[in-house]
Ligand binder design. Structure first.
Ligand code: ATP
Length: 300
């Protein structure tokens, strides 16, 4: 069952299209990622889902409700992550939890939520004194306090160190295990690959691709990456005629090609024919990073 339906969403600022015909559907219980370069239109899209912006055209539904016309009902089913500036630095963690509890008709008990998010030892600490990771935990707690069916998290792990980022990923998996649907906006490929069931890659206000992380990798032109240091220079003209080749890069005497298994076989034949030895030959699967560059470049 879908809980978010976005159809042909459009939004311009001063005549410039920020979102230019975006459509996607989020199923109940999934972690759905919105991934894209800076200025792609990700935040504008989720702000239309949250009812914080009014679309110029298109249709947005959250559990069948219109986020603008039915804003109050939507805030009961959809929890949104706050921006830093929305909390007073002097407020303690406990005060913030109690304040947000008072906003909702059927709030969750904040105590077990604080426990699950590792905030119990910080209840008397002022918001301004929390570390980046602790602030993010508090934002997740506040987004969940109204017992939402859906939670929207925008750039949740930006600015966190690698350990805090990994801890936050585990938290998000926990949140989903508790039955909440997660809409996650991110810049981080590793985060999207690890967490998301499906990802919409947004570029220049449009959906460049929508698939599972492995589906995105498979559909990008160079799903296999081959790299080696040749014992003697190889002719670029020969490399460029390799079958299924998606890209060729030269760096510090090393050649990196992306393509398919067919490209791998052909490059080995080419090396043998040219009597060139490949040192430190590596064949790896492309990552979401490679797919992302390929997909966003494709629409340039
Ligand atoms: N309030 C606004 N007024 C004018 N232009 C805006 C406004 N908000 C966003 N834009 C522009 O709309 C485009 C899309 O912005 P948006 O914030 O939705 O992108 P994003 O994908 O979330 O970017 P980032 O990853 O950098 O946060 C950008 O060109 C941005 O400059």
């Amino acid at each position: 069952m879908s809980v978010i339906d976005v159809t042909d969403l459009r939004k311009s600022y001063g005549g410039r299209a920020a979102v230019d015909g975006v459509s996607f559907t989020v199923e109940e219980g999934e972690i759905f990622g919105i991934l894209g370069p800076n200025g792609a239109g990700k935040t504008t899209t989720v702000e239309c889902v949250e009812g914080l912006r009014v679309p110029d055209a298109g249709r947005v539904r959250v559990t069948g409700l219109d986020p603008v016309a039915d804003h109050e009902e939507v805030t009961r089913v959809l929890g949104a992550q706050l921006q830093q500036s929305e909390l007073q630095p002097k407020l303690t963690v406990r005060e913030a939890l109690e304040l947000y509890t008072s906003f909702y008709p059927r709030p969750a008990d904040w105590r077990p939520l604080a426990e699950r998010l590792g905030l119990t030892g910080k209840l008397t600490t002022r918001f301004g004194k929390l570390s980046g990771g602790q602030k993010q935990r508090l934002f997740i707690a506040l987004a969940l306090i109204g017992n939402p069916r859906i939670v929207v998290l925008d750039e949740l792990t930006t600015g966190l160190d690698p350990r805090a980022r990994r801890d936050t990923w585990e938290l998000i998996e926990d949140v989903r295990a508790g039955g909440v649907t997660v809409l996650l906006v991110t810049h981080f490929m590793e985060e999207a690959q690890r967490l998301c069931d499906r990802i919409a890659v947004i570029d220049k206000g449009r959906v460049a691709a929508l698939d599972t992380p492995s589906g995105l990798i498979r559909r990008s032109a160079g799903a296999t990456v081959i790299s080696f240091t040749p014992s003697a220079p190889l002719d670029d003209a020969d490399l460029n005629t390799l079958p299924q080749l998606a890209s060729v890069q030269h760096k510090d005497g090393r050649i990196t090609l992306s393509g398919t298994d067919e490209t791998v076989n052909a490059v080995i034949t080419l090396l043998a024919r040219s009597r060139v030895t490949a040192h430190q030959l590596r064949v790896t699967d492309a990552t979401l990073d490679d797919a992302f560059l390929d997909l966003t470049e494709a629409t340039a």
